[in-house]
Design a protein around this ligand. Structure first.
Ligand SMILES: C[S@@+](CC[C@H](N)C(=O)[O-])C[C@H]1O[C@@H](n2cnc3c(N)ncnc32)[C@H](O)[C@@H]1O
Length: 287
C-alpha cells in the first residue's frame, strides 16, 4: 500500500463512518483489510483500494467500513453509567413521565448488544419500573455486529465480563460453550442500522441517549456536529451518557455536565447557548 493509497483509504473511511485514522495506523489497516481482500478474491490491499476507487461495489465498501470499526463492548461496561441511570435518570423520569409511564432510550453505537441488554436487565430488576415501558432502540453502523446483538448469544468470556453471576443465572440459558439471553429481555430492544454521520431525525426524540465509546474515533468537527444533532434528538429534560474517555468539554456547548455524575449531561436549549463572539446572537436565540 503506497502512502497515496493509505491517504485515499483514510479519506474514504472518514467520509463513510467518521473514522479518523492517524498516520501510524497502517498496521491496523493491513491486519483488518487483508482478510476482507482475501474473502473478496482480491489480490492485495492496493487492488482493494483500486476497487474502492472504482466505487461501484456496495458490498465491498460496506465490508471495508465494518472491518475498520472497533466493536469492543461488555455487560454493564464501566458500571457508573448504569448507576447514573438507576440513581439519577429513573427517579427523574418516575416524576416527569408519570402519566406516560414510558422511557425512550437510544443506544447509538450498540455494537453486539451488551449495552442495551444491560439496560433492559437493570430495568427488569428495578421494581419502580414494574408497570412502566422501557423502549430501547439499539443502532449501529455495522450490520454484522448488530446481527450478533439480535441473536443475543454470548460466549463464556463475554458473559464473564461485567455480568454479575446472579443475573447470568437468571437471564441466560447455557447452550454448550455459549449463553443465550432470555427472549423476554431480547424483545425489549429494537434494532436498526444507523450511521451517526447520517441524518437521524426520523428516529424521533429520546429521554436518554447512550452514545458511548464511538465519538473517540471521530475527528473534532465530526464530534461537535454529532453532539449537536444528539442534543436536538433529546427531550429538553433528557440525558446524554458518554463513555469514560469522552467529554463534551471543548466540543459542544449544547450540553451541561451534571455535577458529581461523570459522563452524564443534559441538553441546553439552543437559545441558552452563549454566542461565541460578543455581539453575535447564537443560532436559534430569540432577540
Ligand atoms: C467500541 S463500540 C462501543 C459499544 C458500546 N457503546 C460500548 O460502549 O460498549 C463502538 C461501536 O460504534 C460503531 N460505530 C462506528 N462508527 C459509527 C458510525 N459512524 N455510526 C454508528 N455507529 C458507529 C461501531 O460499529 C462499534 O460497534
Amino acid at each position: 500500500m503506497t502512502p497515496q493509497e493509505y491517504d485515499y483509504l483514510r479519506d474514504f473511511l472518514r467520509g463513510q463512518s467518521g473514522l479518523d485514522l492517524s498516520d501510524d495506523k497502517r498496521y491496523l489497516v493491513e491486519a483488518r483489510l487483508g482478510p476482507v481482500a482475501r474473502r473478496a478474491g482480491i489480490a492485495d490491499l492496493s487492488a482493494l483500494i483500486g476497487a474502492l476507487k472504482l466505487g461501484g461495489d456496495m458490498k465491498l465498501r460496506t465490508s471495508v467500513v465494518e472491518a475498520m470499526t472497533t466493536n469492543e463492548s461488555s455487560f454493564f461496561r464501566d458500571r457508573t453509567p448504569f448507576d447514573h441511570f438507576k440513581d439519577v435518570i429513573v427517579p427523574h423520569m418516575l416524576q416527569k413521565r408519570a402519566t406516560k409511564r414510558g422511557i425512550k432510550v437510544w443506544c447509538a453505537a450498540a455494537s453486539t448488544g451488551q449495552e442495551p441488554y444491560s439496560l433492559a436487565i437493570s430495568s427488569r430488576e428495578d421494581s419502580r419500573l414494574n408497570a412502566w415501558h422501557l423502549d430501547i432502540l439499539a443502532t449501529d453502523i455495522a450490520e454484522t455486529v448488530m446481527d450478533r446483538g439480535k441473536a443475543g448469544i454470548y460466549s463464556q468470556f463475554e458473559v464473564q465480563r461485567g455480568l454479575p453471576i446472579q443475573l447470568l443465572v437468571k437471564y441466560f440459558t447455557q447452550q454448550g460453550d455459549m449463553w443465550e439471553l432470555d427472549p423476554s429481555i431480547r424483545r425489549m430492544v429494537r434494532w436498526q442500522k444507523q450511521n451517526l454521520l447520517a441524518n437521524f431525525t426520523a428516529l424521533g426524540r429520546f429521554d436518554v441517549v447512550f452514545c458511548r465509546n464511538v465519538l473517540i474515533y471521530f475527528d473534532r468537527p465530526t464530534k461537535t456536529e454529532v453532539l449537536s444533532r444528539i442534543a436536538d434528538a433529546l427531550e429538553p429534560d433528557g440525558y446524554l451518557i458518554l463513555g469514560a474517555a469522552e467529554t463534551v468539554v471543548g466540543l459542544s456547548d449544547r450540553f451541561e455536565a451534571q455535577p458529581n455524575c461523570r459522563g452524564l449531561y443534559r441538553p441546553l436549549p439552543k437559545s441558552a447557548v452563549v454566542p461565541a463572539m460578543p455581539g453575535l446572537r447564537a443560532v436559534g436565540q430569540v432577540a
